[in-house]
Design a protein around this ligand. Structure first.
Ligand SMILES: Nc1ncnc2c1ncn2[C@@H]1O[C@H](COP(=O)(O)OP(=O)(O)O)[C@@H](O)[C@H]1O
Ligand SMILES: [Mg+2]
Length: 294
């Protein structure tokens, strides 16, 4: 099967320039990225500031072209500018700041802007906008002004706008960085549902550990390279290695590791609060049963 995304030794170099525009140096922001993503996967890309995440995202959207190596998105070579529109239609991008993505004064018009721009007939646009707003839980706000929405709601409208263009994949570059905890949860849930129900491929770029648990597979970036990869559990079981890349593990995983240090026998790859409480309750029950037997 052809992967939806295939990067082969992808390199990106930015040129540093002085005021006159002369190149004074080279900044290698991506340094040989090779990955394959299957259609329908939910991938998280994790990395500290400056690790190259946004540069990679821009390549996935054909906003940048490879300095070296190749990148195929939905079978299309992103180094060929003739493919730009097709690539952007296959893989829509949601950015960090929701305010920069709002175009219209009414939610439903905002969500319809993308499809209108690519020449979709008006009837079809309304149909798509309705479906997309429902998909992200924002349909009841369709007549509202985006300015009156919370950050999480604005981001979900931005996602609806991308969805209305019927992409196969959504790339989200730190979509929750400017949101409060409730907004972050609402956005991640909406993205998770789109992946599960609509089978949309998701590339979620983040530095929040808690968000990564939603993914099928995680890539950890540092210095423009992929340093670690695996399931969220495999990644979070390696807290020392993550620390090398200035990343920490979720709070609940930290608590589990502390309990292990204190001699409590539980797994070290716990990701969810309910998981930890269940395991602890079972330990307590078996301890109680043990006491009764004596
Ligand atoms: N337009 C640019 N020109 C020059 N260097 C850049 C530019 N954008 C990013 N960089 C550099 O590339 C590296 C990766 O940046 P970026 O992809 O934004 O990382 P991240 O999104 O993980 O924070 C950083 O060292 C950054 O300073
Ligand atoms: Mg970034």
């Amino acid at each position: 099967m052809i992967p939806f995304i295939k990067a082969e030794y992808l390199v990106h170099e930015y040129s540093r320039r002085d005021e006159e525009g002369n190149v004074t140096g080279i900044n290698r922001a991506l340094d040989g990225i090779s990955i394959e993503v299957k259609a329908g996967d939910f991938i998280a890309v994790l990395g500290a500031n400056g690790s190259g995440k946004s540069t990679f995202a821009k390549h996935l959207n054909a906003l940048l072209v490879p300095t070296e190596g190749t990148l195929y998105v939905d079978g299309k070579d992103t180094s060929d500018h003739n493919n730009d529109l097709a690539v952007r239609q296959s893989a829509g991008m949601v950015f960090q700041n929701p305010d920069n993505q709002i175009i219209a004064n009414i939610v439903e018009e905002d969500a319809g802007f993308g499809p209108e721009n690519i020449g979709i007939p008006t009837d079809e646009i309304w149909h798509r906008v309705e479906e997309s707003l429902k998909n992200v839980g924002m349909y009841e706000y369709r007549k509202a002004s985006p300015n009156h929405l919370s950050g999480g709601q604005k981001q979900r409208v931005a996602i609806a706008g991308i969805l209305a263009m019927k992409p196969k994949c959504i790339i989200l570059d730190e979509p929750t960085a400017m949101l409060d905890p409730a907004g972050r949860i609402s956005v991640i849930r909406a993205v998770q549902e789109l992946n599960k129900k609509e089978n949309i491929t998701v590339i979620l770029i983040t530095h929040y550990m808690e968000e990564v648990t939603a993914a099928d597979y995680v890539y950890v970036m540092a210095d423009g390279q992929i340093k670690m990869q695996g399931s969220p559990r495999q990644i979070f079981a390696k807290s020392e290695e993550l620390a090398k890349y200035k990343l920490t593990i979720p709070e609940v995983t930290k608590i589990a590791l502390e309990l292990i240090k204190k001699g409590i026998n539980i797994p070290k790859d716990i990701l969810y609060v309910e998981e930890l409480t269940d395991i602890l309750l079972k330990l307590k029950v078996s301890a109680t049963v043990g006491v009764r037997k004596e």
